[in-house]
Write a protein that binds this ligand. Structure first.
Ligand code: SF4
Length: 324
């Protein structure tokens, strides 16, 4: 199977119709800078130089609500990347947007320009959670947009958050089940963080919002991941990208942030599988076969799982079973 390589192009945020309570990227004006063509071309060429010849390459427009821009602005970006698509240097185009910015003319235009993957920020599929998070759209909006995207033959991605106000593990599971039912092929799971200069910060400081602990965020994420695995939805990301402001704490007020959040989640998944072996036994050695790509996760973040097994066995060995 060929590896996918993504060239990210960050689109500046346009004016948001609503203010999501966890977000400090909110833009109250409709003015945003257009990235010039030279910059787009040099970004693409830089990435192409580093990618292997035989990989599957795609351009992804991230950051903004792509279809919230006028068709003219959308086409400015889409036209800019057409030469790469037509020459076969890239295979596809991907973008992210809000569910309430999807309609037939928008999708027809995206189709015409060779867009293949559309990711929607669903965040939760519980009305109460959506309402209190200030998302400004309903579950029905996500369902309608998903149906439309699927009917046009795009690959649908639905992103979700865990730990928003009024979220529970049951609501997280319900959201994950609906993401599967709505026909998503991929997803991203983001634990809610309290970021500076957001309404959520005020709620937190007034004692009206309590973020998930890191252990709870791991639990919620595993619950969703199990549903996605059963529903054959690919989990593209777990945890926010560790930006400088999150790492050095200048942007982060509270919440389950960890630079290696995904590793923690996978470590815990393997820990749960090892539970039957974490007890006194007659064996002094244990050898565990794991799929090649899961080796580090099985050993665990900072070798946590291995160290725990070593409390019960003199020798713990992991090997990869590369059986197809
Ligand atoms: S999260 Fe909400 S407020 Fe923030 S940029 Fe996206 S749509 Fe706008």
């Amino acid at each position: 199977m060929k590896t996918h390589y993504t060239i990210p192009i960050f689109i500046p945020e346009k004016a948001c119709p609503f203010r999501c309570i966890y977000c400090n990227q909110y833009n109250i004006t409709n003015h945003h800078q257009i990235i010039d063509l030279e910059e787009i071309n040099s970004t693409i060429q830089q990435y192409l130089r580093t990618f292997p010849q035989d990989g599957m390459k795609r351009i992804a427009f991230f950051g903004g609500t792509f279809t919230g821009m006028s068709l003219e602005e959308q086409n400015y970006y889409l036209d800019a990347v057409q030469p790469y698509l037509q020459s076969g240097k890239i295979e596809s185009i991907q973008l992210s947007t809000r569910p309430d910015y999807i309609n037939e003319p928008i999708l027809e235009n995206l189709k015409k320009h060779g867009v293949r993957i559309i990711e929607l920020g669903a965040q939760s599929l519980d009305e109460e959670v959506l309402q209190f998070s200030g998302r400004g759209h309903t579950v029905k909006d996500v369902e309608k947009a998903s149906q439309l995207i699927n009917s046009y033959g795009f690959t649908l991605g639905l992103q979700m958050m865990v730990g928003l106000p009024f979220d529970t593990i049951e609501k997280t599971k319900k959201t994950a089940r609906q993401i599967v039912d709505f026909g998503a092929k991929c997803t991203r799971i983001y634990p809610t963080l309290v970021i500076k200069d957001t309404f959520l910060e005020k709620l937190y400081k007034n004692g009206h919002y309590q973020p998930l602990t890191i252990e709870q965020a791991i639990d919620y994420s595993i619950a969703a991941m199990e549903i996605f695995e059963a529903g054959q939805v690919t989990v593209l990301r777990v945890g926010l990208h560790p930006s400088e402001g999150l790492i050095n704490g200048t942007q982060l007020v509270a919440g389950p942030f960890h630079v290696s959040f995904k590793e923690l989640v996978m470590t815990e998944q393997w820990h749960r599988r090892f539970l039957p072996f974490l007890q006194p036994s007659d064996c002094s050695e244990i050898a565990i076969a794991v799929p090649h790509e899961q080796l580090n996760a099985a050993i665990g973040y900072e070798a946590r799982n291995k160290k725990e097994l070593l409390q019960y066995y003199n020798k713990v060995e992991f090997f990869t079973d590369d059986i197809e």
